[in-house]
Design a protein around this ligand. Structure first.
Ligand SMILES: Cc1ncc(COP(=O)(O)O)c(C=O)c1O
Length: 384
């Protein structure tokens, strides 16, 4: 047997004994608020990040199909070689316009953007100050930069301010705008203030606020009128497609283009995906997008009120609601019981969340109806 197979079996046994082994389950049709996993099993889906309900939108799919017919299926080279296409530039201009930034640069994914962007700005001898609940892709990108990393307790502005005073050549503070597993908002105004006081760069990951918060879905920085140095917009969540863009000044874009390794050494985003994302951005920025955000807000209020009635804490800061249960086993069992009532809210376990905080994560969509939200609350009532 090859060595890797032995190692895999040993590691998998360990994962399984801790209740941490995960499995894939393919969807049988397009993404949506009602999905089918096992044949005949209809589920109301609360586990996708499809906040505006655009992942299954026929206009976005049509843009993808037309884009593929015109531009082919793949970029076939790094954008810096011969994988740069007109739709990439059209999409970058649209993201920059939405963000009120001078420029934006596309990456293959949000993960790739976070992996590569920090290293372009900070290296050995520099300092990164990072929230303890930042997304794994931020943590990995910080490590890859080789800067000194200091982690502050979640959303603790005073602690972050102290860390920013540490000696360093350059300083960068990075935070999720909306925390992906807890759904709370970072104190962006206060963080921007301490960054300005320490001449530190501010990087904000808007993965769960792009398309959701702010005017025309421009994100939480836009809603709070916070200026950032680097702002990540993912195209994979509310916009329902794939890829990501980092907004900043023209010089910031130029440096990323030259230095971000996850961009330089990777094939460009398929241009057809850029066509699809452009259509999703068009819809999101139109009055229809505002209607979808209003419907999402309505669902958020309804779900939060219902959770409170059941005795759970519930903030209304985003479309993400954790129901914390503690051990992985409890979370997995609760998810299975919900599923038998037709509700899909997947269990989230370490390492995605800290030990002892395994949970169900509910993510709402503009496409959920009042009946969907009620069904989730009823199912939760039965398992509490
Ligand atoms: C906060 C945050 N940043 C970045 C990412 C990565 O984005 P993508 O899924 O587009 O790679 C995610 C999603 O998983 C996320 O939740």
């Amino acid at each position: 047997m090859p060595v890797a197979d032995d190692i895999a079996r040993e590691e998998l046994r360990a994962l399984s004994s801790q209740g941490l082994q995960r499995q894939l389950e393919p969807l049988r049709a397009a993404q949506g608020v009602e999905i089918e996993l096992r044949p005949g099993e209809r589920l109301i889906n609360f586990s996708s990040n499809d906040y505006l309900g655009l992942a299954g939108d026929s206009r976005v799919a049509q843009a993808l199909a037309e884009g593929a017919r015109k531009w082919g299926s793949g970029a076939s080279a790094s954008r810096l070689v011969v994988g740069d296409f007109e739709p990439h530039h059209g999409l970058e201009a649209a993201v920059a316009k939405l963000e009120g930034a001078e420029a934006a640069l596309l990456f293959g994914s949000g993960y790739a953007a976070n992996s590569g962007m920090f290293g372009a700005f900070v290296q050995q001898g520099d300092l990164i100050v990072s929230d303890e609940l930042n997304h794994a892709s931020i943590i990995d990108g910080c490590k890859l930069s080789r800067a000194r990393i200091e982690v502050y307790p979640h959303s603790d502005v005073e602690a972050a301010a102290k860390l920013l005073k540490l000696p360093a050549r350059r300083r960068l503070l990075v935070t999720d705008a909306i925390f992906s597993m807890d759904g709370d908002r970072a104190p962006l105004r206060e963080l921007a203030r301490i960054c300005a006081a320490s001449e530190a760069m501010l990087a904000v990951d808007e993965a769960h606020s792009s398309g959701v918060a702010g005017p025309r879905g421009a994100g939480l920085c836009a809603e709070l009128d916070v200026a950032s140095d680097l702002r990540l917009t993912t195209l994979s969540k509310a916009f329902g497609v794939f890829g990501a863009a980092v907004s900043g000044t023209r010089a910031v874009r130029e440096l990323l283009l030259n230095r971000a390794r996850s961009l330089v050494f990777a094939t460009g985003l398929p241009p057809a995906l850029a066509c699809a994302a452009l259509e999703a951005l068009r819809i999101s920025s139109s009055p229809e997008g505002d209607e979808r955000r209003a419907s999402l807000r309505h669902n958020i209020r309804q779900f939060a009120a219902g959770l409170r009635k059941l005795g759970f804490e519930a903030r209304e800061e985003s479309a993400i609601f954790p129901v914390i249960l503690g051990t992985p086993e409890r979370a997995v069992e609760a998810a299975a019981r919900l599923r038998s009532s037709g509700i899909l809210a997947k269990a989230i376990r370490p390492p995605t969340v800290a030990q002892g905080t395994s949970r169900l994560r509910f993510a709402l969509s503009a496409k959920h109806t009042a009946a969907h939200v009620d069904a989730a609350l009823n199912a939760l009532r039965q398992i509490c």
